[in-house]
Design a binder for this molecule. Structure first.
Ligand SMILES: *Cc1c(COP(=O)(O)O)cnc(C)c1O
Length: 419
């Protein structure tokens, strides 16, 4: 038997043995439509936003990193809850624009947009200039390209380019799943070169929007996140002092993790908020009027998503029971352990109609792809499931469908619903 990660608390509803999504029985959510399906529970996402607002200093803005999940109805929902969207491609810009145009997002149409990413195409820069979004400039070369493109546009169209500098900091987020910073990096401009680039931005007549530091992701340590935020504020103060200008905005990055695996404990967001209050109260005078932003992906939407896949076969091989499901790593790569994990561990998994029942047998849940990599639950203890029953894989709201090789084995896409 191997352990699995914790089921997010919102789905462990006392008195309900069957899995509920947004107060509705999962079977109603699935309906008669094809499976598998990603179901995103808006009440969980709303709850995370409320938790963030309650814990963080009031002046800190919350942005959503669209990369985590660009599903249109989810973006429309979030547009009424967050203070901005962070984009990483023209495709994401189009998704956000489409979501805001549906009318489901009346308050969202004025949200600030920013665009980070090391390989922005000319086409992306041009579209971003047109939409007046802020670019997180990642290199000198990119700065030169965006200024050239802006100069080549029709006179008077769109105004000055809005440029922030993404900084490659001399530190990383300790213990984060994916360490960035403190090293050579394709992301951002080495911190010692940032003051020079800011001067060039100002001299070129562009609007300097500030600084962006993204030092890591998936941290469950309040101490590590707080230390990164302190270091970021200090670094921003030093850069500002060297340039002699106050940055209008400093994006502190994110890095807030969620529990996926056995033994993982939720990030103590109150502790992060309390430490950030102190950090901001003690900030250098040159940052007095600076607006601070935190950008989050998985922490906002990861735990609200459940991947529901139907059992299509039960088989025993040499004493081991396998549940074969109609989904797999082509939809939910991360649950198979192949999304950058060093070690394969089990995501939280349940039998949907018996979520609250006693576990009674050890099973290995495998996807339908013809590869041994397609393993969704390895030797987990579950209540008995028969052919036709649904397996729920939790923590599927971020880096699920769009972070998986959907075309692999030509099995087709999963459905998505917001409930
Ligand atoms: C991926 C990314 C995020 C979101 O990361 P999460 O771990 O999902 O919160 C935020 N900012 C930048 C710059 C990113 O590249």
């Amino acid at each position: 038997m191997k352990a699995m990660g914790p089921i997010p608390p919102e789905f462990v509803v006392p008195g309900h043995e069957r899995l509920q999504l947004g107060g509705t029985d999962f079977a109603e959510v699935v309906g008669d439509e094809p499976t598998p399906v990603f179901a995103y529970d808006r009440s969980v996402i709303r709850r995370r936003v409320e938790q963030f607002r309650a814990a963080m200093p009031r002046e800190v803005a919350l942005h959503y990193a669209v990369k985590a999940n660009p599903y249109g109805p989810l973006l429309a929902e979030l547009s009424g809850l967050v203070d901005g969207f962070d984009l990483a491609s023209l495709g994401e810009l189009r998704q956000v624009q489409a979501a805001l145009a549906t009318g489901a997002a009346p308050e969202g149409s004025h949200l600030p947009l920013s665009f980070a990413g090391p390989g922005k195409l000319d086409e992306e820069l041009a579209a971003g200039l047109e939409s007046r979004i802020t670019f997180q400039v990642e290199s000198e070369g990119e700065f030169e390209r965006v200024v050239r493109l802006a100069a080549g546009r029709e006179q008077g169209r769109g105004g000055r380019p809005r440029l922030a500098v993404r900084v490659n900091p001399p530190f990383g987020l300790k213990g984060s799943g994916m360490k960035m910073g403190g090293l050579a990096s394709q992301f951002g401009v080495d911190h010692e070169a940032v003051p020079g680039l800011v001067r060039r931005i100002v001299e070129a007549g562009a609007e300097w929007r500030g600084l962006h530091v993204y030092a890591g992701s998936q941290s469950l340590s309040a101490e590590a996140v707080s230390e990164m935020q302190r270091a970021t504020v200090a670094l921003a103060g030093e850069i500002a002092a060297e340039v002699g200008l106050s940055p209008p905005e400093v994006n502190l990055g994110g890095g807030f993790g969620i529990p996926y695996f056995p033994g993982d404990k939720p990030l103590d967001i109150e502790a992060v908020g309390a430490a950030l209050k102190e950090t901001l109260a003690a900030r250098p005078a040159i940052l007095r009027d600076t607006k601070f932003v935190i950008e989050l992906g998985r922490w906002l939407v990861g735990e609200g998503g459940v991947y529901l896949t139907r059992v299509i076969d039960r088989k025993v091989s040499r004493g081991k029971t396998f549940l074969v499901v109609d989904g797999g790593l082509h939809h939910m790569l991360a649950a198979s352990g192949n999304f950058g994990q060093l070690l394969r561990r089990n995501y939280p998994v349940a039998v949907a109609h018996r979520r609250g029942a006693e576990a009674e047998e050890e099973v290995t849940v495998v996807g339908c792809l013809c590869t041994p990599l397609d393993l969704l639950g390895d030797e987990v203890m579950l209540p008995r499931a028969e052919v036709g029953d649904f397996i729920a894989i939790f923590c599927a709201g971020a880096y699920g469908r769009t972070a998986s090789p959907e075309a692999f084995l030509s099995q087709g896409a999963a459905r998505e619903v917001l409930v």
